[in-house]
Ligand binder design. Sequence first.
Ligand SMILES: *Cc1c(COP(=O)(O)O)cnc(C)c1O
Length: 408
Amino acid sequence: MYVDNSATSPLNPQVLDAMIPYLKEEYGNASTLYFLGIKAKRALQKARHQVAQLINAEDDEIIFTSGGTESDNTAIKSIVLKQLKHKTPENPKNHIITTQIEHPAVLNTCKFLEEYGYEITYLPVDKDGLINLKQLENAINEQTILITIMHSNNEIGTIQPTKQIGEIAHKYNIPFHSDAVQSVGKIPVDVKEQNIDILSLSAHKINGPKGIGALYVKKGLTLPPLIHGGGQENSKRSGTENIPAIVGLGKAAEIAHENLEKTMKHNQQIRDALIEKITTQIPDSYINGSLKHRLPNNVHIRFSGIEGESLILKLAQKGVYAATGSACSTHNLQGSHVLAALQIKPALSHGSLRLSIGPENRLEDVDYIVDAIVETVEYLREISPLWDNKTNTYIGDKFEQPVINSTH
Ligand SMILES: *Cc1c(COP(=O)(O)O)cnc(C)c1O
């Protein structure tokens, strides 16, 4: 049972069917003039329309990229490039506002820019994972060139108040970029309604293929390209278009758009059943992040006294595929930066589990998943030095090291 759809999601068979002709007989280059090229070009236009529809954009506001990571990089770095022209010693135009809980594609791009003299404000979040709008407004100064705040969080599923963030950004004439990779297809995303100027999305999080995504850039906001070449994508992102993947993204977007209401209900039903059953059956288990402002497909829960990695491996043996923290951060041993921003102690954040629901999960599977989690948490607590089996309580606080030197 795959409950790790926020890491990546299985390819929808209808998406595969739509792609296959473009991997076989329809191999044309969209820039050539004869029929093969014309067919490829038509496929490109159709996909652009399908993606635009999903977020209520115009077709020519969509640029295809290689995925969410490239879209995030392009959004931030092209704003930086654009402002280089306007920079003077008095006005270095070197300030960007983001949050402490962004995806690494945004966070590490900002860290990189710090090496080049950029000032980054990493807004904190409250214990629910939400930013404070007053703090956002107070962080704006004369040098602020961009506000980049994710639509929803990939670990804890918290949904930010995008509309209000956009209102504040526009009051000061600052462009607002939002990484909506986890939101599209899961909740309504409407760039006009939600005051978004630049938006990132990715196909493989919505049952499309990997290595393809899109960047929405509002008409009138001209951004210099990062990739120069043959002038594809209206000269905004050169390179021969990956037509099969683009067709796949288009189809995935169309399906996501058509089924949004149904998907939301389906996901929420399963999410709520999982949360209810897990928290009532396992003592000392807590939901990370807001319950109210939360993606319908996200369950993020921590169990004191255990270690997330062991939990994931044991669950996989039982055929339940889930994640600890975020798939992207399993490469490093420092706990999740998102849970740290929620002020959850490292020892406790390590016992976290993320279940992210997709269209193939069924309500009938909830009991199997819950039983697997209950059994595994009980077993891991039995052998954990941080858990007292006699009293059935967490005793990890006793082992806490005093903080000697905080690097933050
Ligand atoms: C997955 C993800 C990305 C990266 O997208 P890729 O297509 O894998 O490069 C960026 N932001 C968020 C929030 C994500 O969940």
